[in-house]
Design a protein. Sequence first.
Length: 308
Amino acid sequence: MDSIPRWTAMGRIAGWHKKLESLGCSCNNGILILFAGDNGISHEHTGSYQPMQSALIVKEHLEGRSPATRLLKQAGSSEVIIDVGLASPVADGRVIDCNIRRGSRNFLYEDALQEAEVLSALEAGAQLWDEIAGTNFDIILVGEIGVSDTLCAAAVASSVTGINPVHLTGKGSGDSKVIEKKVDIISRAMALRRPQPDSVADILMRFGGLEIAALTGFITRVREKRIPIILDGYVTAVAALLASCIDSSLGEYLLAPSLSDQTGHRLIIERLGLEFLFDMDINYGEGLAAVLGLHLARLIKSALPEDK
């Protein structure tokens, strides 16, 4: 059979296979890195979690009760949790303490972060390549834990793209009834904060999310390290969009497995020049879609022949 029609028929699977081959990635040694932080905007009660209680989600992962943790175990891989901004510390040696402050401020009333805090978070993310990733892994999964960080991400995305937040704001962990409230919060905050669209640091100062800032710093080094990153959902895609403002060539090292049930996710993925592999309406976060992506990447690598 002619190989050209065969590969054409593979669709997006062929794209993933080609990218993994070009980077020499076997997908044998993967790790999930979760950046955790709390956000002051959670006090506006737009989700299903209590404000500033992301530590409870972290504990679910440490106790092996999260879906992502269970799927990682099946894959023979592990996760590392980085505390860059939890409001409540988690006393567990499996959590790496890079805490910059105990949660960001409520951006509806003041800037979420100070410049020094943003720069510290960006640097903390960048340094993790040397502290964790190193050369032991050939593929890295990224995710985040942070109550109301989809709201932060929507504000960041609107600042970067100039697109009205109504097209970038979804329900997050809440229901569709909160979307109008979230759009109103972002619109009011945008008028007060007036972010500079060409400054990554300024945007993060206004709407912050220490976990988003650390993710951005981490992703900025992917071209240097040449180890592919599997993004999770909306928040990680927005962090990648910020990173691409610093280095526009990062897309060739990024994989976006899932289109989430989050307004604006498709648009951000397209801005990154990526194609999602599946659409299951996953809106979970915590690395779940990224772990499913690892399983699929391994299947693709084992089932399809190497490029000649």
